[in-house]
Design a protein around this ligand. Structure first.
Ligand code: GLU
Length: 531
């Protein structure tokens, strides 16, 4: 089946319930809706389904909006931006649902039901005991005339509103772009409640009222909603609205084949954001959970996704969320950055967040109205572009050199912090104990190596990595030491561990004075250790 109705503008929506944070599964649904709208030059709508008052919170709504912004999924209609079909929060649309339900009652397509919970429970129990084929609501109130019902309501009797499922309706066939035609036995559909006795609409009613009113053409959502769909089709038919095209997405499983949950690690978008993932890499990875560009391409940037995404290429098999693959994709995105972008968008913001670089004295909290927040900045601390630039401008070539050596060693943004920390410890370098013992205390060439390096480097005035490397290149041979032992001693003296970035560049970044100080300091530690 073609996913696009000829000559109809595509209108899709992502409709999260703010009962929690935005999770990986919801984010993938949002990405597919967004990409589908963009690929078809359609409209992407964000609607907040907050009709469950006990579980929906404004705080969760804000968390979801923030996550959507971080993912870069801009919406054309919805909270904050408005639109011709608003409001876009269900709690602000209650009157519309009420009017729609009343209209259905007046038209004889829905009816007032006065059955109490006890009555309903008792009827269900009897049906179960009798192994009745139909165990749903027994339609006891379907025959009550509207006048009588209105009188009972006027006398204060509590009521719900139920839709009248046409008795001769036949099976409901949901045409699903991913699952094909899914047939539901109409006899198993009872006259379900569309309005509760507390005056709130049920999900199946509110969602259809909105999807119809907002002229949604395609419903792309998780397949946990597939079982709701026949009821929603009944509501569309009662409202006289066109049934949209459905695409129910398969579940996302963890690597152990079980439904993705907390047990598998982070599940909310904000956890990934705070862990230092690049939002575009994250979107790329989630997009591939069930969709493929061509079966082999793994790097699908957003501009490609928004041109090429199509519902025809979605698998109906469950997708597996593999954190290792996500990390790999993230590293690919980092490697694609220029050193300058890496410095501005990854390195310096992370160093500021870690407190290694200080933002300008006064503006950390005060210019928050400017909106100039650096990309990728976390919620815990908004990093302003002006702070990043101020930092960079103090020593641009220093940052570019640091970026060039750290970028190839970075998978997640905050990896840079530990790798760069030794540059910020001045004369109080924190030396890793096992490295000190192995490479300096128990290294018979350490003393001679440190002394020789000091003497050679003292002669270097133009302090560049090339000159530093050149000054040390011949020393191991001269000392009769192995290169490995020689450089291990110098590396630990300068960087505090054995896994630092390349030595020459690291020492250039430290600067001549500090690099020489650290050699001497290591020598003193060694002598103190010996005595
Ligand atoms: N509000 C529903 C949810 O968060 C989505 C409903 C729908 O997409 O129809 O699960």
């Amino acid at each position: 089946m073609n996913s696009q109705t000829a000559n109809t503008e595509v209108r899709v929506r992502f409709a999260p319930s703010p009962t929690g944070k935005l999770h990986v599964g919801g984010a993938r649904t949002a990405i597919y809706n967004w990409a589908f709208a963009r690929a078809h030059k359609g409209t992407f709508i964000l609607r907040i389904d907050d009709t469950d008052p006990t579980r929906s919170t404004e705080e969760n709504t804000q968390i979801i909006l923030r996550a959507m912004r971080w993912l870069g999924l801009d919406w054309d209609e919805g909270p904050d931006v408005g639109g011709a079909f608003g409001p876009y929060k269900q709690t602000e649309r209650l009157d519309m649902y009420r009017q729609a339900a009343q209209k259905l009652v007046e038209e004889g397509k829905a009816y007032y039901c006065f059955c109490s919970q006890e009555t309903l429970d008792a009827a269900r129990k009897t049906a179960q005991e009798q192994h009745a084929r139909f165990q749903g609501y027994n339609r006891a109130c379907r025959g009550i005339s509207l006048d009588v019902a209105k009188e009972r309501i006027a006398h204060g009797e509590p009521y719900t509103i139920r839709v009248k499922v046409p008795l001769n309706r036949g099976d409901v066939v949901v045409h699903d772009l991913i699952h094909g035609d899914v047939t539901f036995n109409a006899r198993e559909l009872d006259d379900f409640i569309i309005f509760r006795s507390d005056g709130t609409p049920t999900y199946n009613f509110a969602t259809v009222c909105d999807d119809a009113a907002m002229k949604i053409t395609h419903i792309i959502r998780g397949d946990d909603h597939l079982s709701n769909t026949p009821r929603q089709v009944i509501v569309y038919e009662a409202l006289g609205a066109q049934v949209p095209v459905f695409a129910h997405l398969s579940m996302i499983l963890g690597v152990d084949g079980k439904k993705l949950s907390k047990r598998h690690g982070a599940t909310s978008v904000e956890e990934y954001r705070d862990s230092g993932y690049d939002s575009e890499a994250f979107v790329n990875y989630l997009a591939l959970l069930g969709w493929a560009l061509d079966g082999e391409t793994t790097i699908v940037p957003k501009d490609v996704l928004m041109q090429k995404f199509s519902l025809e290429h979605i698998s109906k098999n469950p997708a597996t969320f593999d954190p290792k693959k996500l990390d790999w994709i993230n590293a690919q995105y980092i490697q694609r950055l220029s050193d300058n972008d890496f410095a501005h968008h990854v390195l310096i913001p992370e160093l500021i967040k870690a407190g290694l670089e200080m933002p300008k004295a006064t503006n950390a909290c005060t210019d928050s109205g400017t909106g100039d927040v650096a990309e990728g900045a976390g919620e815990a601390m908004d990093i302003h572009e002006s702070d990043v630039s101020a930092c960079f401008d103090k020593r641009p070539s220093w940052y570019l050199l640091l970026a060039s050596i750290l970028k190839p060693r970075t998978t997640l943004a905050h990896d840079v912090v530990e790798k760069a920390r030794f540059l910020y410890q001045g004369k109080n370098l924190c030396i890793d104990e096992p490295s000190l013992t192995k490479n300096i205390y128990n290294n018979e060439s350490a003393g001679a190596s440190l002394k020789a390096a000091y003497a050679a480097l003292e002669e270097v005035n133009d302090w560049t990595s090339e000159n530093i490397d050149a000054a040390m290149a011949e020393l191991p041979e001269k000392l009769g030491a192995t290169k490995r032992k020689f450089f291990a001693a110098i590396r630990v003296a300068e960087c505090g561990n054995q896994v630092s970035p390349p030595l020459g560049e690291s020492m250039e970044l430290l600067g001549r004075e500090l690099a020489l100080f650290r050699l001497k300091n290591a020598l003193e530690l060694l002598e103190a250790h010996k005595s």
